[in-house]
Design a protein. Structure first.
Length: 110
């Protein structure tokens, strides 16, 4: 479906600002769902290195991202020269529970 966003999960491997239990449970639920999603080890590191993969992710279509604060995620993509479109959905694993993030990530995927 063209309206279905691409799912992107950030492991936040280096910053370690997302509670381990939350990010582990979200990842497990994504894996168990059978939905197609992409995972990256750390968006902060990718942005710091201006990783061209961030531009590829934006170019691939609408995104739904599980990471941290939306303003930070927008800033990271902007820093990497790949500003996120307005319709990007960002779920905050720092402030939302794993069940809520996983449910919103998978909304419309089944």
């Amino acid at each position: 479906m063209p309206d279905t966003p691409n799912l992107l999960y950030c492991r936040c491997a280096y910053a370690q600002v997302v509670p381990a239990g939350v990010k582990n449970e979200v990842l497990q639920r994504l894996c168990d769902s059978g939905a197609s999603f992409e995972t990256v080890s750390d968006l902060c590191e990718m942005a710091a290195h201006r990783d061209p993969r961030l531009q590829e992710l934006v170019a691939a279509g609408r995104l739904r991202i599980a990471a941290c604060y939306p303003r930070a995620v927008h800033g990271l993509f902007h820093q990497a020269g790949a500003p996120l479109p307005e319709d990007t959905e960002i779920l905050n694993m720092r402030t939302q529970g794993a069940e809520e993030v996983a449910a919103k990530m998978l909304r419309g995927e089944n």
